[in-house]
Design a protein around this ligand. Sequence first.
Ligand code: SF4
Length: 302
Amino acid sequence: MNYDLMYQSCNLCPRNCNVDRSVVTGYCGCLNTIKAARAALHHWEEPCISGTKGSGTVFFTGCTLRCCFCQNHSISQEGLGKEVSIKELSQIFLRLQDQGAHNINLVTATQYLPSILPALDLVKGKLSIPVVYNCGGYETLHTVKALEGYVDIWLPDLKYESSELSMRYSGAKDYFQVAKKAIKQMILQTGSPQFDSQGSIMKKGVIIRHMVLPGAKDDSIRLLHFMKEELPEGMYYISLMSQYTPFFHSKDFQEINRRITTYEYNKVLDEAIRLGLDSGFMQEKSSAKEEYTPHFDLEGIL
Ligand code: SF4
């Protein structure tokens, strides 16, 4: 398949920029050459992803969402990263596997899908660890389906139910409508969560991440009700995150220029438990530290 055609009139994400990425960038800020800022073992994902040896995480430059509070803004919105060829990317995957990674974790990769697919083709038969697709949840069905057979574990965010919030903080009024369809498709593709023989490392499945935002606990609770009512029981995990810390442009939005309170997080957590949504992970409130943000020093890329 000529993957390059997918770059020619780019509709890889719901922004539908329709631009020729060999010449100009779209909303994501990326041309048609992969750029990445870090490829290393990462220990701060959910325990079933990081395990004891770490997740083989590749952080890609650019983003289709560009949230105002992004903790990775230097790579997602400010272009930090180095160009790597498709072949080099495939070698990075194998190197991470050799280093003992439990999986290959592709962080914000959609804008490079036409390069990711051939890179994964190159390691077919050599990569024996699962591939994790770590994304903002703002994915077209077309992109999710294109990754069937390549991705073993989906790690999507589900950020907002309110279109007002998604517009305000991520410039995406249709976020929830898009993300809910994408997540349903991810669950269809992976089936129920599967683990290794010790039951500790995930091999297949979907983990839906939700980070509670300051002043938005009611929106979080609406998302929990959506999950309870519309997603198939027992077919996904939830990761309820309390780590929100004001970053980047948070200061421009007074209501989110603070950490969340214990009260806010506990209200969301209590509702999850009340609804029986207790398959998953919660964070200690004290874990809202910058150590979750790795240092983007091009480790593993140079
Ligand atoms: S991947 Fe980038 S250029 Fe393509 S549609 Fe999305 S934002 Fe636009």
